[in-house]
Write a new protein. Structure first.
Length: 249
């Protein structure tokens, strides 16, 4: 066996050349693996694209509007919400207020939130957002259409796409949610609702029957505007973590 080994042995120069080639191949493979892992991580960095739509119609007075915007801003400072965001690897978020047919006002442009710092920055931006309109009716169908258009503008492809629409009443201006769902592309989008119930169950029943859409869609209920912040926190955690509660691509 020793003689056979000597017979098939390569000259020293060739051996070194082959060793270098093997090492180079190993390095290339290693780098390819690292890049693959990095690209996979980037693909998973956006778990959810979330469009937040807040009611600013005439039925919402100044105090109620402040409870909404501050409740949303506070939710992004909540440790449980921040932890949920970090657990899923980050989310893309945009927010707007809505009222009449053509009264949709940006509160927060699309941005990646992936830690406490970015969540705090988003919270500050939301808290400083001024109210756009006060006198227009409830054009919920137009709000949903606007949200669908915004979703198309998301800066990254996210595993789940969720529209979160909050309100205290039913559509009373222009086309309704059913027409919005026919006219705009809601493929792979889950629409959830946060309803401020008030003295009767009409808005809650309406959101269950007409507004929510998609696998796992749900309605979160706030008894009054004073309950809005806690309801929003519960809703955000549920939407961020998912666990089958919102649609997956």
């Amino acid at each position: 066996m020793a003689q056979l080994h000597r017979k098939n042995a390569l000259p020293l120069g060739q051996t070194r050349h082959r060793l270098k080639a093997v090492l180079k191949a190993g390095i290339v493979c290693g780098l390819a693996g690292i890049l693959q892992m990095a690209s996979g991580g980037a693909a998973q960095a956006c778990s959810v694209a979330l469009v937040l739509a807040m009611d600013s119609s005439a039925s919402v007075d100044a105090r109620e509007h402040q409870l909404q915007i501050n409740g949303l801003a506070d939710a992004f400072l909540d440790p449980d919400v921040v932890n949920a965001i970090e657990v899923v690897g980050g989310i893309y978020v945009t927010a707007f207020e809505w009222s009449g047919r053509y009264q949709q006002v940006e509160q927060l442009s699309w941005r990646l939130i992936n830690d406490g710092g970015s969540a705090s920055a988003a919270s500050n931006t939301l808290r400083q957002a001024g109210r756009g309109y006060t006198e227009f009716p409830t054009a919920l169908g137009y709000a949903l259409g606007h949200a669908a258009v915004l979703m198309k503008q998301a800066p990254a492809h996210c595993r789940r796409k969720v529209i979160d629409v909050a309100g205290d009443g039913i559509n009373n201006d222009g086309f309704g949610p059913d027409s919005a769902y026919k006219a705009f592309d809601f493929n792979d989008i889950t629409v959830n609702g946060l309803v401020i119930a008030g003295p009767d169950s009409v808005p809650v029943d309406y959101y269950y029957a007409e507004v929510i859409r998609g696998p796992g869609a749900f309605v979160e209920v706030a008894g009054t505007y004073d309950d809005y912040a806690e309801a929003m926190k519960r809703k955000l955690i549920r939407e961020i973590v998912g666990s089958g509660l919102a649609s997956a691509n």
